[in-house]
Design a protein around this ligand. Structure first.
Ligand code: NAD
Length: 339
């Protein structure tokens, strides 16, 4: 069995990736400090897959404990999701973001060196690009993040590039995610944000299910077809599959790669709300609010490099994403606490 340490494995993308890893013959081992998740999500993964899933409540900044776990399970690779991800929050609390995301990654990489684990898949983000100079963003677009969150992702990318240049690590996949939404088609796992959702889709779903009264749309005067912000949404299961493909690539072709993961299609806030209303049969009242500072009007990916290097292409479209998001939200109106 091929053991993979999955940091942040109890979170939204981590749980979906564990399911896809198991389906392809990998054995994930989860480390999570549960600061934005709960052990209940891992129980759901175990039930859904009928598979063992070792897990540890640990912080990636605890280097000694990570070394112990890597050695105990003889992990040959690490998929690194653990970190803080709310852009607005990162502006208010930059040191927390640098600590969790940059110092956390440094600690994890140090532990890998010590344990002899050589393969690394990193959750980066489209936020590393900043204000578009051209669209779609290709991987060679200038890097100029507009938030501390984006800066932390770029700092880790640079740390990885330097490690590769030093010869200390050869197999590195930097995956720049666009906007993952949706859920596993079973409705058993999905995004369960603590408190008020920071991202659009969980907010839309919570309005549809009656947990919140209306959706605030920040800005309807952007230079976009309907005035609302445009993003490249991709299904979380498509995103999860890309991580498995990255590990499979290491087996056939060692080396370092950086790829965008998006569909290549832009969707506006109002288009997403319309698709969600159709999928759920529920109303989603909208309230237009002023733009938020730092928000970018529109961006989407050029995903062709993910296709050529990983053989990855998004399979699901917006209506699939909304259908599966609704399956999760309607069966679990209060997230993992529902059961
Ligand atoms: N969801 C998105 O829209 C998106 C987009 C681009 C990149 N990313 C990146 O993908 C990764 C996963 O995102 P997600 O949406 O699944 O987030 P998430 O918050 O659901 O999952 C992250 C997990 O990491 C854990 N964690 C946080 N700090 C930790 C620490 N110091 N030690 C151990 N565990 C820790 C949290 O408890 C959580 O379970 C993050 O690195 C995020 O920055 C996410």
């Amino acid at each position: 069995m091929k053991q993979v340490l999955v940091t942040g494995g109890a979170g939204y993308i981590g749980t979906h990736t564990c399911v896809e890893l198991m389906a392809q013959g990998y054995s994930p081992v989860v480390v999570d400090n549960f600061c934005n998740s709960s052990p209940a999500s891992l129980d759901r993964v175990r039930r859904l897959t009928n598979h063992e899933l070792p897990s540890y409540e640990a912080d990636i900044r605890d280097t000694a404990q990570i070394i112990e776990i890597l050695k105990k399970h003889d992990c040959e690779s690490v998929i690194h999701f653990a970190g803080l991800k709310a852009v607005g929050d990162s502006v208010a609390k930059p040191l927390e973001y640098y600590s969790a995301n940059v110092m956390g990654s440094h600690s994890l990489l140090t532990a890998m060196m010590e344990a002899g684990t050589k393969r690394f898949v990193f959750s980066s983000s489209a936020t590393v690009y900043g204000e578009p100079v051209f669209l779609p963003y290709t991987e060679s677009h200038p890097l100029s993040p507009t938030s501390p969150y984006g800066q932390t992702k770029l700092a880790v990318e640079q740390m990885l590039n330097d490690l590769v240049a030093s010869g200390s690590m050869t197999d590195v996949a930097i995956l720049r995610y666009f906007n993952p939404i949706g859920a596993h088609a079973s409705g058993q796992i999905g995004e369960d944000p603590h408190g008020v959702p920071n991202n659009l889709m969980p907010y839309v779903a919570q309005v549809a299910v009656g947990r919140r009264t209306e959706l605030n749309v920040f800005g309807n005067d952007y230079d976009t077809p309907d005035g609302t912000g445009v993003r490249d949404y991709l299904h979380v299961v498509d995103l999860a599959r890309a991580h498995v493909l990255a590990l499979q690539r290491f087996e056939r072709e060692p080396g370092a790669i950086t790829v965008n993961l998006g569909t290549g299609q832009g969707t506006s806030v109002l288009e997403l709300v319309k698709a969600f209303k159709e999928a759920s049969g529920r109303d989603v009242p909208v309230n237009f609010a002023p733009r938020r500072s730092g928000d970018i009007a529109a961006f989407w990916a050029d995903p062709s490099q993910a296709e050529s290097l990983l053989g990855w292409q998004a399979e699901y479209d917006i209506s699939d994403m909304c259908r599966d998001q609704w399956a999760w939200q309607s069966q679990n109106p209060n997230g993992f606490e529902t059961a």
